[in-house]
Design a protein around this ligand. Structure first.
Ligand code: PSU
Ligand code: MN
Length: 328
């Protein structure tokens, strides 16, 4: 582990009687801290997608390598987020990558304080935890595969991912290939509207369906360039807004046609329903079934879309840095 890690918030009064509250302050790697100080592009990343909960080995390692390379070639510094040895970390060294790709516990935003207090060895951040951590250290762009959202049958189960509320409350742009395809996609979009999260189609008019380039559900906002996204974000933030979602279709060559994908989803959900799983275990279980049912085709699509999202995120981060000193 790197010993030169910097503590971003050294403000007095955060610790005190009753516990080591300062332990909740994220440790930022020297590279990320320097890039933030120099106002260079930084893109936050979650770790659940790269753990064995997100993708099976060796695909998870390939996904990590491809995402990091895409960010670097777009001149953005990657900022992997995780809980390591009871500390929240932003920016991980290569020596930590083996751990990142191994077995882990999923840490959502509400679990961060618990993970720190209990000194968790390795906790993989979900979208919601990553957004909370990114906002805490001033990162404005976050890239992932697909966000969590409103699950099918939510009225009975109450299962709505905390990714939704985290997007609403943290001033960060999330770049994703839409929401995970086995969710209730129309309800997910409705919920984002309720939460005042703008959903911007990246050179597309429909909500992408994760492994499929389109769901057929129309979007109301489309952007052609990173500069356009940056302008929307700056104005949204000037008006007191929180997060924004930029949705990017999976590259055509690696996507699965939507009708075919939806059949696979029905099949995979049918199997997982009979397994009586609930809570945080639902998403990894359905993703695993979908891999089986698709003969591994969802994995190829997942790698491609994660890499492609990182490319777009790097462009947006660069555009935001460029506009940082411009008036409103
Ligand atoms: N999409 C994937 N793989 C994943 C996830 C999303 O292709 O592993 C993870 C993300 O970390 C996301 C989380 O934030 O699942 C959502 O989980 P839940 O539905 O339990 O909130
Ligand atoms: Mn859930």
């Amino acid at each position: 582990m790197n010993e030169e890690l910097l503590s971003v918030d050294q403000a007095p009064g955060r610790s005190g009687p009753g516990g080591d509250h300062q332990l909740a302050t994220p440790l930022v790697s020297p590279e990320v801290a320097q890039a933030l100080q120099d106002r260079r592009s930084v893109v936050a990343l979650e770790t659940t997608i790269f753990s064995d909960l997100g993708l099976p080995p060796p695909a998870n390692r390939q996904a990590l390598d491809r995402v990091l390379a895409a960010l670097r070639s777009g001149a953005a510094v990657p900022a992997l987020t995780a809980v390591l040895e009871g500390r929240i970390r932003v920016g991980l060294d290569e020596v930590d990558h083996d751990l990142v790709c191994g077995p882990t516990t999923k840490v959502a935003a509400r679990d961060l304080g618990v993970a720190v207090a209990k000194g968790l060895g390795y906790g993989a951040t979900t979208v919601s935890a990553s957004l909370a951590v990114a906002a805490a250290v001033g990162l404005e762009v976050f890239s992932t595969g697909g966000i969590g959202g409103v699950h099918r049958g939510w009225a009975a189960s109450g299962d709505i991912s905390s990714d939704m509320v985290a997007m609403a409350t943290n001033r960060v742009i999330t770049v994703s290939a839409g929401a995970k395809v086995f969710l209730d996609l129309p309800a997910t979009l409705e919920h984002l509207e309720t939460l005042s999260v703008p959903v911007i189609g990246w050179r597309c008019d429909d909500f992408p369906a994760f492994h499929a380039p389109t769901s057929g559900i129309p979007l109301s906002v489309r952007a052609e360039s990173a500069a356009e996204v940056a302008a929307i974000a700056r104005n949204h933030w000037a008006l007191g807004g929180g997060g924004l979602l930029v949705v990017v279709p999976v590259p055509e060559a690696d996507g699965i046609p939507v009708d075919e994908l939806m059949e696979m989803v029905d099949h995979a959900l049918g199997i997982t329903e009979s397994l009586t799983i609930s809570g945080a275990a639902v998403t990894p279980a359905v993703l695993a079934q979908l891999r089986e049912v698709s003969d591994g085709r969802t994995v190829g699509a997942n790698l491609s879309l994660a890499e492609n999202n990182a490319k777009v995120a790097a462009e947006i981060a660069a555009a935001l840095c460029g506009s940082a000193n411009e008036p409103g």
